[in-house]
Design a protein around this ligand. Structure first.
Ligand SMILES: [Zn+2]
Length: 551
């Protein structure tokens, strides 16, 4: 008779002889994510990489055996791992190693940092990254290439604005790309010219950024692998156990697969490749499948419009601060209708960026016409950002089960200036979390990293408080659109699982789900809402294995 079973016979409680867990997390508050209600005192048992049970401490204690690893949550919160529904994960990994101008508060500081960084490079090596924000600067003037040419004569510079919709190229970069005063403006973009000389100022918007982007040397496979590895290590410290990588490239997919083969994928990655490559994606899936539960081709991604920050989001009414201008579409409605129709026929999920109210309304109409033409199917169309919506369009998300894939942390910044752009009426349905949830929309949250921070707790705090970074909205910017903590956490967990067709696999602590579990140092439900982002992840578990433990 095995010793363990013999021991059971000595115990009166029959329950002591049941299955034993590999890991039990106890001593904390548990939020299972099955509802948006509060956390309860309890414990979680994990076995074979899956959730065995979550419940009160006495019930879970029966799963502790002699070989069970017991983790003490020390009064913190035990919950499903965070999933990030929209980011550019590998790009974020590159950014971790690039020049960061996000907090350069003056043009002088902007130039000083570029000069300092250029001094560390070999001639000809590019300066990339940036994330500068001219709205922080006195006068809010856009930067010009002349500002930095003298400190970067042989160093091509191509650095994006924080929102990713405009970039500054220095003269060396414009020369490398062959951009001159006579270069035609690409559709869906803008080359800014000096009003006096007609020469390019170095500012390129949306599709025009491609003129320079296409001559930036592509990173090597090794460089891509190390960027991904950097991103994975960082994500684990933030409690991320799944991610949806938008606009992923084939080279990035290959990098994910290499790291997976090497056993280094410490989260579940869902990749969305470019929509106009739907045929190649469909063919890849036909030949070799979608991938595994760690690296998976989830669908396709494309853009309708640009951003409000660079006035390239597409609106019904003109911008309030740019008379007669409505923004732009990056792809024609006809192309979008064709590509989405083709992708849907191939059974692929479609995710499209739409920010302005008209871009959103047009996209909803395209989705509707494709669904009607192809008949009923569980297709879960996604709208990435869904930032500015007309009231009458909001119920469509719930009625048609279209995912609003939103990034609450963007409002911390946008809330400072977006009313100048679009006026007091339209902001009432900007980041309309409350109205969307009330109309039963399948809300999913993400970060848009590397455009914003990858930290999901910053997004959670933003959704709950709607405070802006200028501290001018202490009670919340458009406060009627606030949601509860439990609702925000659901959008960062189960909401994202549903958005990638993985709700039967992860996203809650229900028995049988993958054991993607995190422990936070505090119970979020008893914290002041405005300090939620100060909580820290202390343990991250993916598939039952600890991938991060705070020392
Ligand atoms: Zn994005």
């Amino acid at each position: 008779m095995p010793r363990r079973f013999a021991a059971c016979l000595l115990v009166l409680a029959a329950t002591a002889c049941g299955p034993k867990a590999d890991t039990v997390i106890q001593g904390g508050m548990v939020w299972t994510g099955l509802s948006s209600g509060e956390a309860q005192p309890g414990a979680v048992a994990i076995q074979g990489g899956k959730i065995l049970a979550a419940g009160d401490s006495v019930t879970i204690a029966k799963y502790v055996g002699s070989r069970t690893q017991v983790i003490d949550a020390r009064g913190g919160l035990v919950m499903p791992g965070f999933a990030d529904g929209h980011n550019h994960f590998v790009d974020g990994g590159f950014q971790l190693g690039w020049l960061d101008l996000r907090d350069a508060a003056t043009p002088q500081e902007f130039v000083r940092r570029i000069a300092q960084y250029a001094g560390k490079l070999q001639p000809g090596q590019w300066i990339l990254g940036g994330d500068w924000d001219h709205t922080l600067w006195p006068g809010q003037r856009l930067p010009r290439r002349e500002w930095i040419d003298s400190v970067t004569p042989t160093t091509p510079v191509f650095i994006g604005r924080l929102d990713g919709h405009e970039a500054l190229a220095n003269t060396a970069a414009l020369v490398a790309a062959g951009v001159t005063k006579t270069t035609p403006t690409p559709a869906g973009g803008e080359i800014q010219h000096d009003s006096r000389t007609g020469e390019p100022t170095g500012i390129l918007k949306d599709e025009a950024m491609g003129l320079v982007a296409q001559v930036v040397p592509a990173p090597s496979a090794e460089q891509t692998d190390s960027a991904l590895a950097r991103a994975l290590a960082y994500a684990a410290t933030l409690g991320l156990t799944a991610t949806a990588h938008m606009s992923a490239s084939w080279a990035q997919l290959a990098s994910y697969r290499r790291l997976e083969t090497a056993g280094r994928m410490t989260l579940r990655a869902y990749l969305y490749l470019p929509l106009d490559e739907w045929h190649a994606v469909a063919e890849t899936i036909r030949v070799s499948g979608r991938g595994s539960d760690r690296v998976r081709i989830a669908g396709l991604k494309e853009f309708m419009d640009g951003s409000a920050g660079s006035r390239t989001a597409f609106f019904f009414d003109a911008f309030d601060d740019s008379a007669g201008y409505h923004g732009l579409l990056r792809n024609s409605e006809q192309n979008m209708r064709t590509w989405i129709g083709d992708a849907d026929s191939a059974g692929l999920q479609v995710a499209v960026h739409a920010i302005g109210d008209r871009a959103n309304a047009n996209l909803l109409a395209i989705y509707d016409s494709v669904a009607k033409a192809h008949g009923g199917r569980d297709r879960r169309f996604r709208i990435e950002h869904a930032q500015h919506l007309r009231s009458e369009d909001i119920p469509t998300f719930g009625a048609r089960r279209i995912v609003p894939s939103m990034q609450p942390a963007h409002l911390i910044d946008d809330g400072r200036w977006v009313q100048q752009r679009i006026g007091p009426e339209r902001i009432k349905t900007t980041y309309a979390f409350r109205t969307l949830l009330d109309s039963d929309a399948p809300l999913a949250f993400g970060s848009d990293w590397s455009v914003a921070s990858l930290d999901p707790l910053i997004g959670v705090e933003a959704a709950v408080t709607r405070r802006t970074s200028d501290n001018k909205n202490p009670a919340g910017w458009v406060p009627e659109q606030k949601i509860t903590l439990g609702e925000a956490l659901r959008a960062y967990t189960a909401g994202n699982a549903w958005a990638v067709f993985a709700e039967q696999q992860w996203g809650t602590l229900a028995p049988g789900r993958d054991a993607d579990v995190i422990v936070l140092d505090r119970n979020l439900f008893t914290m002041a809402p405005e300090s939620l982002a100060t909580a820290r992840v202390v343990v991250t578990i993916v598939g039952g294995r600890i991938v991060y433990r705070k020392s």
